[in-house]
Design a protein around this ligand. Structure first.
Ligand SMILES: Cc1cc2nc3c(=O)[nH]c(=O)nc-3n(C[C@H](O)[C@H](O)[C@H](O)COP(=O)(O)O)c2cc1C
Length: 220
């Protein structure tokens, strides 16, 4: 499949089959993603991929932690309150997801339960945490974003689905402790990886995009 087709056909997947991705395939994807560009070639990404028993233990710890620790403690500024058109698009994406899942706008309980699924990695067999040294701030974040999209497209090229998750950077404490991530690194965001469960309602959600003129200005 061409890159154009991959981009047009991609969407976030939030329910997975239990079958793991072969370790050599994961290794190939992350080896190729090393080719991603970065400012001054600093390659700031520090990537942690968890599978198997490590992933299961982390999932249990995280769910318990999130259920009692209501206040997120992100290590980078994820607290932006979207305004105007951004806020509208934020609502649009939430409505697409909850609509596909048959969850009413007022049903806070079901929305919270759906949200909580972020921290069991949507039952994916693998979870990824994208970290970098905290001092790098926005320059590092740009590089890590470019790298993460490279990972996502390489996965998709191999028929493997994913969902990027800012939620996985909201409660870094237990993750860093279990994986031994040094204090000077911060977790920016994460990603769940696996083969899509095509029956799941969550995977029927589709989002739209603004027209080209609203995003890009060409000058001659
Ligand atoms: C940096 C980033 C963080 C995201 N965080 C989450 C998240 O925490 N939970 C979630 O379900 N989706 C998350 N998403 C997925 C977005 O909601 C999704 O990409 C957007 O609504 C567009 O839909 P699409 O990916 O299906 O095209 C994130 C995406 C990105 C790029």
């Amino acid at each position: 499949m061409s890159l154009s087709e991959l981009l047009q056909q991609r969407y976030s997947v939030r329910a997975f089959k239990p079958e793991p991705v072969a370790p050599q395939v994961l290794e190939e994807v992350f080896s190729l993603a090393q080719h991603a560009p970065s400012n001054c070639n600093v390659q700031p990404w520090q990537t942690y991929v968890v599978s198997g028993e490590t992933k299961n233990q982390l999932k249990n710890t995280l769910i318990a932690h999130v259920m009692k620790q209501q206040t997120p403690e992100p290590e980078f500024n994820w607290k932006v309150a979207y305004q105007g058109i951004h806020r509208e698009r934020q609502f649009g994406s939430a409505n697409a997801l909850y609509g596909a899942m048959g969850i009413e706008r007022e049903d806070k309980m079901k929305r919270n339960m759906a949200m909580l699924r972020n921290w069991n990695f949507f039952d994916a067999p693998h979870a990824v945490f994208f970290a970098m040294e905290k001092y790098l701030d926005i320059m590092g974040a740009v590089d890590v974003g470019i790298y993460a999209q490279s990972v996502a497209l390489l996965l998709q090229e191999r028929g493997i689905a994913c969902c990027m998750q800012g939620a996985l950077g909201q409660f870094p404490g237990p993750i860093k402790e279990q994986l031994g991530i040094p204090e000077e690194q911060g977790i920016l965001f994460g990603m769940s990886i696996g083969y899509e469960d095509p029956q799941a309602d969550a995977n029927k959600a589709r989002t739209d995009r603004a027209e080209l003129e609203q995003a890009v200005t060409f000058f001659d």
